[in-house]
Design a protein around this ligand. Structure first.
Ligand SMILES: Cc1cc2nc3c(=O)[nH]c(=O)nc-3n(C[C@H](O)[C@H](O)[C@H](O)COP(=O)(O)OP(=O)(O)OC[C@H]3O[C@@H](n4cnc5c(N)ncnc54)[C@H](O)[C@@H]3O)c2cc1C
Ligand SMILES: *[C@@H]1O[C@H](CO)[C@@H](O)[C@H](O)[C@H]1NC(C)=O
Ligand SMILES: *[C@@H]1O[C@H](CO)[C@@H](O)[C@H](O)[C@H]1NC(C)=O
Ligand SMILES: *[C@@H]1O[C@H](CO)[C@@H](O)[C@H](O)[C@H]1NC(C)=O
Ligand SMILES: *[C@@H]1O[C@H](CO)[C@@H](O)[C@H](O)[C@H]1NC(C)=O
Ligand SMILES: *[C@@H]1O[C@H](CO)[C@@H](O)[C@H](O)[C@H]1NC(C)=O
Ligand SMILES: *[C@@H]1O[C@H](CO)[C@@H](O)[C@H](O)[C@H]1NC(C)=O
Ligand SMILES: *[C@@H]1O[C@H](CO)[C@@H](O)[C@H](O)[C@H]1NC(C)=O
Length: 582
């Protein structure tokens, strides 16, 4: 048929087992290192030191919190990872897959596989998840802010404080524009244009990547810090929060946090103590895996787990590590007959049925096959061409060689994904070791609740309409039907779950069998269960948890805007209290 484009064979795509795009060119230039005078390697730290606030975790919440508190108090940040500055894998948008593929102990990302069989990643770098993420920046919905009980004016000011430094309007080139128009065509209305706000319909959101594709992270918020009030230690792994029992409350001894034991990269032990003073506190901002893990290591957790690991019980708190959730992500890779831009998330369709639709694309294979660490890469955890259990060095070499023989067109295209709100399904975390560097075991129970599954099915069927829409037609092969596209994904090793023969004919089965993570996992120290509404750990004094582990649900379409906002918000709130009684 004249004008009908033919696709490379389906089998050909299946060999690629690909859902994502390859990286663009390997950029050798590195952004100039930011020389914050207050950032040091932990090896240079004294054995004993004293501060007004000690923050464990220099991540997405920890950095804005520290920058704010340093204005009127002395602050120590303990971050187990290194600096993001000067690392091209973090700085450049096109290198998105590189840190996720890097499984070395010095990698800014630490892989974990949930008991569900889904490959996942957690941050290990100053700036935390904002150094690894896909950059999409979008505020929480007004209802979320109201339900949590945040002051909406302070929340707004805190978002703006963050946005001034790290949020940008994305470039919106051809492929992303086609997805946006496809969403509108599929009825995800109205078209809300560019906005950080959460509104029903289709919108262009913000990004922490600037128009040159350079990442701006939560670590950049340390620009706001008072350099005289702040010390940030890198490669400083907290092992334990220490408590003493000071005074009694209603006749019961009440543990009070007063120090953190941490180790530097040589293994040497240090202790940071709180200065005496009623407002001085330790704040755990170690993320959804790290925060409950450190509480348990410190003796605050389910007594069975404490006993099993011979940890002295400070407080039997059965909810630590409970109510963990990960929003399931399901995606379809759509090969394109024409070149597409390299993009991460720029557009979102916010539906009325609780499903958020987003997309990413890739095109430029500049130094392929040299460039072998993309998300298609056999080396990477998720979205890989080689199932994780088979990833021996020899198998990797063979798979990389095989990939290098494929036509680059096989990797050209993009994927359209949906994430569900909430989710309702919850799981839990358990300590596997007393070593804080070892991942705890985590179970998320994806789609355990039928409503979560229904949201995925509705989201997937909207994606089918986007793919089939007129505005998107340029970026798909006429010869590849939507069911064939689904089947390509359903036969790809995107996770460790078994597949069923009906995976590509039933959307329900497709959702369950091809579930991935969008890395928005949260909970473990939920408000109302482990911390109170002021983020104070229930049952002990001088200890808070401030980060994504406190969320009951993922805020907005993507959480980072609200995680950073929360760091600023709580910094302002805590300082206001401190100064009022000074
Ligand atoms: C690959 C990926 C893509 C994503 N895409 C997006 C996106 O496009 N948009 C979006 O909004 N969100 C996205 N997210 C999610 C978002 O980045 C996270 O929700 C957010 O960064 C979590 O922030 P946090 O402060 O809770 O934890 P983190 O940012 O992870 O901070 C925790 C910090 O604590 C440190 N730490 C942990 N334990 C210890 C210890 N014992 N001692 C010392 N330090 C410790 C860690 O090294 C880390 O730096 C993505 C995440 C990932 C991983
Ligand atoms: C590093 O610090 C010096 C002065 O201390 C300053 O002049 C210079 O601009 C800084 N460089 C960067 C990249 O911040
Ligand atoms: C708090 O810090 C700000 C900014 O550094 C300063 O202007 C103010 O005087 C400080 N207030 C107190 C009470 O220390
Ligand atoms: C970047 O990522 C690649 C692939 O994972 C890895 O081999 C390389 O060492 C990383 N570079 C840096 C500077 O960490
Ligand atoms: C706990 O202590 C007991 C007795 O000292 C010992 O037998 C056991 O192996 C320890 N368990 C762990 C997990 O360390
Ligand atoms: C590489 O390709 C060969 C020949 O097509 C195939 O037999 C083999 O399984 C492939 N190996 C990997 C690791 O993909
Ligand atoms: C999906 O693809 C596999 C492998 O090519 C094939 O055996 C199967 O029949 C396909 N299923 C559907 C429903 O198209
Ligand atoms: C798909 O098939 C499996 C058996 O292979 C069955 O258990 C499951 O219920 C089916 N799923 C749907 C949604 O029909």
């Amino acid at each position: 048929m004249v004008g009908r484009r033919s696709a490379p064979s389906v089998a050909y795509f299946l060999v690629t087992h690909a859902l994502f795009f390859l990286l663009a060119c390997r950029l050798s230039a590195s952004q100039q290192a930011r020389n914050y005078t207050f950032v040091h390697d932990a090896r240079t730290a004294p054995e004993i030191s004293y501060y007004d606030y000690i923050i464990v975790g220099g991540g997405t919440a920890g950095c804005p919190l520290a920058a704010t508190l340093s204005q009127n108090a002395t602050v120590l940040v303990l971050e187990r990872g290194g600096s993001p500055y000067g690392d091209p894998n973090i700085t450049y948008l096109a290198n998105f897959g590189a840190p996720l593929a890097d499984a070395s102990p010095s990698s800014p990302s630490q892989r974990f596989i949930s008991e569900d069989g889904v490959i996942n990643a957690r941050a290990r770098v100053l700036g935390g998840g904002s150094c690894l993420n896909a950059g999409f920046y979008s505020r929480a919905e007004a209802d979320y802010i109201r339900d949590v009980g945040w002051n909406s004016e302070l929340a707004k000011q805190s978002y703006e404080w963050v946005e001034k430094k790290v949020a940008f309007q994305p470039p919106m080139k051809q492929w992303q524009s086609a997805v946006r128009d496809g969403l509108i065509d599929a009825g995800v209305l109205p078209n809300n244009g560019f906005t950080y706000d959460h509104m029903y319909g289709t919108k262009v959101g913000g990004s922490i990547f600037d128009t040159a594709g350079h990442r701006h992270t939560a670590a950049d918020l340390l620009d706001y810090a008072n350099p005289d009030g702040l010390t940030v230690l890198l490669k400083a792994t907290a092992h334990k929060v220490l408590f003493h029992t000071r005074g009694t409350q209603e006749g019961k001894a009440r543990p009070t946090a007063h120090a953190v034991v941490f180790r530097d990269s040589t293994g040497a032990k240090h202790r940071a103590y709180l200065n005496s003073g009623a407002h001085n506190e330790i704040i755990i901002s170690a993320g959804s895996l790290g925060s409950p893990q450190l509480l348990i290591l410190s003796g605050v957790g389910p007594v069975d787990q404490l006993k099993a690991h011979n940890i002295t019980v400070v407080l039997d708190q059965p909810m630590v590590g409970q109510l963990m959730s990960d929003n399931p992500m399901n995606a379809v890779f759509v090969p394109s007959p024409v070149p597409v831009e390299v993009s991460l998330i720029e557009v979102v369709g916010i539906t009325h049925f609780g499903s958020y639709i987003e997309a990413a694309s890739g095109a430029n294979f500049g130094s392929f096959p040299d460039n072998d660490y993309g998300l298609f890469s056999p080396k990477i955890g998720q979205l890989s061409t080689l199932p994780p259990k088979q990833r021996t060095p020899e198998a990797l070499e063979r798979a990389i060689y095989n990939m290098s023989k494929l036509d680059r067109a096989a990797f050209r295209g993009g994927f359209i994904l949906e994430k569900i709100m909430g989710p309702i399904s919850t799981g839990h975390l358990e300590l596997t070791s007393k070593n804080p560097n070892v991942n705890p075991s985590v179970t998320f129970n994806y789609f355990k609740h039928p409503e979560d599954l229904a949201r995925c099915v509705q989201g997937m069927s909207t994606i089918e309409r986007v793919i089939g829409s007129k505005p998107f037609s340029k970026f798909r092969y006429d010869t590849l039907s939507v069911p064939q596209l689904l089947n390509m994904t359903a036969t790809a090793p995107v996770n460790l779950l078994p597949r069923h023969s009906n995976s590509s004919v039933s959307l329900e089965q497709f959702c369950k069998d091809t579930v991935m993570t969008i890395w928005h996992y949260h909970g473990g120290c939920q408000v109302g269960a482990v911390v109170d509404r002021d983020y104070k750990v229930i049952g002990v004094d001088a200890l808070r948890v401030i980060d994504g582990s406190t969320f009951n649900a993922s805020p907005g379409t993507n959480p980072q805007a609200t995680v950073m906002m929360l760091g600023r918000y709580m910094g302002v709130t805590m300082l206001t209290k401190r100064l009022a009684s000074a």
